[in-house]
Write a protein that binds this ligand. Structure first.
Ligand SMILES: C[S@@+](CC[C@H](N)C(=O)[O-])C[C@H]1O[C@@H](n2cnc3c(N)ncnc32)[C@H](O)[C@@H]1O
Length: 241
């Protein structure tokens, strides 16, 4: 199906000339390939998924870094728009499980800095971050593992975009330390997961969030990203008491 702007559903059109895409991907792999598990980055696969919303998140991080996507087409901008609808971003944010390349953090940092009297910062936390220094003055890189007892005292809002196995740790830490949270859930299922009543792991994560929020007398809300990004999992968010 084609939308009113002529876009094919589930697709985005790269803003970089087709001719340069593969050489740019190859150059990225030459520079940073050794920061990923062996064989994880394949220039042919990365090239073939350009323009599709069905690529893996690690690929989107690279397309974001190489500036292939117009802002509106960028999945991470989709999450940013949703975040901005529900929270004031002029605060100190911790983005957990930010990925090899903190694409969401990058978008948030760039928008925070353009706010009038900007004072907001974002720290991104993931043990696999490939860079040592941030290119945004208000963004800090933390190459570390998050855990439920992680000290959140210097943050106001905790975010996580498809944080897989750390989803529950973020919810627990945010509720126990009375912080706002915003999590774009993923549909990933742990290897040993088994459900007796056909519930998905994502449904169980929502239930988990509901229970903890209610224990701390907090409201849990759900929202969806713009349908064009083809994300089949909601965002859950909750504000501190
Ligand atoms: C599906 S990726 C999502 C990455 C990124 N948020 C994105 O949307 O592109 C999940 C990430 O969780 C990270 N991760 C797993 N356990 C973690 C932990 N304990 N603390 C921080 N990050 C963790 C992984 O390294 C991986 O980068």
């Amino acid at each position: 199906m084609v939308d009113i702007e002529g876009r094919i559903n589930g697709c985005w059109i790269p803003k970089v000339d087709f001719y340069y895409l593969r050489p740019m991907i190859k150059e990225f792999i030459r520079k940073y390939g050794d920061k990923y598990p062996e064989g994880f980055l394949d220039d042919r696969k990365l090239f073939l998924k350009v323009g599709s919303y069905l690529a893996k998140m690690e690929y989107f991080q690279i397309y974001h870094y190489l500036d292939f996507m117009g802002e509106e087409d960028d999945i991470y901008y989709g999450y940013y728009k949703e975040l901005k609808k529900h929270f004031d971003i002029d605060c100190n944010i911790l983005d957990v499980a930010s990925g090899y390349i903190p694409a969401f953090g990058d978008i948030v940092a760039k928008h925070q800095i353009h706010l009038p009297n900007a004072k907001g910062t974002i720290a991104v936390c993931d043990p696999v971050l490939i860079f040592d220094e941030s290119k945004n003055a208000n963004m800090k890189l933390i190459k570390d593992k998050f855990h439920p007892g992680y000290d959140l005292s210097s943050y106001d809002l905790i975010t996580g975009i498809m944080p897989c196995t750390v989803t529950r740790d973020i919810i627990t830490a945010a509720c126990e330390q009375d912080k706002d949270f915003f999590i774009g859930l993923c549909t990933c299922t742990p290897k040993d997961y088994y459900s007796i009543d056909d519930k998905t792991y994502m449904d169980e994560n929502i239930e988990f969030a509901r229970k903890i929020c209610s224990r701390f007398d907090r409201k849990l809300d759900l929202c969806d990203l713009d349908a064009k990004y083809n994300i089949n999992s909601p965002v859950i968010y909750s504000k501190k008491r």
